[in-house]
Design a protein around this ligand. Structure first.
Ligand code: NAD
Ligand code: TYD
Length: 352
């Protein structure tokens, strides 16, 4: 039986990954460690309350003792590190917490995983792996042509991407210095269920259904390469099982859209399915984000050729599924944005 230590598993991608793992594999255990910041919510894990293979622990990945204890308590085979401060706009306002969680927290996890897995000088228990979930934003910004490859030099611009790039360098340093078994995955913008409504897609959906303006930064022509979250989970799973140790794998590809296209698509969906009174008059162009990266685009050749992964979900299908999910989970949006039900779900978990 394999035991996964998933960090940040009460957040958007982490919770999707925990569901994905427990559905795909019967004989596993998932220790889910999350600090439950504003972005993490136990309500995201509501479907797992009666699944004894899922163990939730509220802890900070920066906490030396708490992480040491977890490695003593459980025979961890894989660490999958999602825990992070993840919002670029917040990083522009308050960079320090991004250094703490994204850099120091990652180093703390690396240190404890290394201590727990060491069986000789730079020799580790068989089959273990530390997977760092990173982002294409570490590569910086593209012009109109070209794609990010694993060999593209790191050139982060925002405090968020600078912190993720720093974490990647520490992970790589552990591999190079101690032959520590790692992989790094760098994915593009995810969309799907359970994304905190500060990010573009759920924010525009929520604003539109509440007849609030849709803020579009700058000229709206920045481009993101959208990846359906389940496809991302499949990519991570493939890298855990088959990724060559020490390698970086980019996950994403060929779903590039401008922000204004995304905003108009969401408004059109709400108009057709929920409320005919909404429309493009609700779009408001606002001051651009400082240092706003123009375009992200991933070349997924490496993961496709080596591991057989490709983005299965077409954007046109994924966005419909996603918006349908948000329209059926309006209560979830209200709860997560108000934070009101956080204590209630904590009690449900503790009482299990
Ligand atoms: P999220 O903000 O939705 O979730 C982050 C989770 O980490 C939350 O549950 C939060 O409570 C937890 N967390 C924060 N600080 C913590 C700490 N100190 N200790 C323990 N837990 C802590 O983020 P997400 O969108 O799910 O992103 C997950 C990972 O994927 C991040 O590492 C992010 O950099 C990366 N990523 C995300 C995207 C995207 O489009 N969302 C794209 C590329 C990479
Ligand atoms: P976001 O979801 O914050 O992801 P990231 O910055 O990590 O790519 O933003 C996606 C794009 O949408 C980005 O180019 C910024 C833009 N954006 C807006 O135009 N308006 C908004 O209200 C938000 C949150 C983002």
């Amino acid at each position: 039986m394999k035991t996964y230590l998933v960090t940040g598993g009460a957040g958007f991608i982490g919770s999707n990954f925990v569901y994905y793992l427990l559905k795909k594999y019967q004989d596993i255990q998932v220790v889910n460690v999350d600090k439950l910041t504003y972005a993490g919510n136990l309500e995201n894990l509501k479907g797992l309350e009666n699944d004894s293979r899922h163990i939730f622990v509220q802890a900070d990945i920066c906490d030396d003792q708490a992480i040491a204890k977890l490695f003593q308590q459980y025979e961890i085979d894989y660490v999958v590190n999602f825990a992070a401060e993840s919002h670029v706009d917040r990083s522009i306002l308050n960079p320090e917490i991004f250094v703490e969680t994204n850099v120091q927290g990652t180093v703390n996890l690396l240190k404890h995983a290394k201590a727990a897995w060491t069986i000789g000088d730079d020799v580790y228990k068989a089959g273990v792996k530390f997977l760092q979930v990173s982002t294409d934003e570490v590569y910086g910004s593209l012009g109109e042509e070209g794609y990010f490859m694993e060999t593209t030099p790191l050139c982060p611009h925002s405090p968020y991407s600078a912190s993720k790039a720093s974490a990647d360098l520490f992970v790589q340093a552990f591999a190079d210095t101690y032959r520590f078994p790692v992989n790094i995955t760098r994915c593009s913008n995810n969309y799907g269920p359970y994304q905190f409504p500060e990010k573009l897609i759920p924010l525009i959906f929520n604003n539109t259904v509440h007849h609030k303006e849709s803020p579009v930064y700058g000229d709206g022509l920045n481009v993101r390469d959208w990846l359906y979250v389940e496809d991302h989970c499949k990519g991570i799973d493939a890298v855990i099982n088959k990724g060559r140790l020490g390698e970086v794998y980019n996950i994403g590809g060929h779903n590039e859209r401008t922000n204004i296209f995304i905003v108009k698509t969401i408004i059109a969906y709400v108009k057709e399915h929920i409320d005919a009174a909404v429309g493009e008059h609700m779009i408001t162009y606002v001051t651009d984000r400082k240092g706003h990266d123009r375009r992200y685009g991933i070349d997924p050749t490496k993961i496709t050729d080596e591991l057989g992964w490709y983005p299965e979900t077409k954007f046109e299908d994924g966005i419909k599924k996603t918006l349908k999910w948000y329209s059926e989970h309006q209560e979830w949006i209200d709860h997560i944005t108000s934070g009101k039900y956080q204590e209630y779900y904590k009690l449900m978990y503790e009482g299990r």
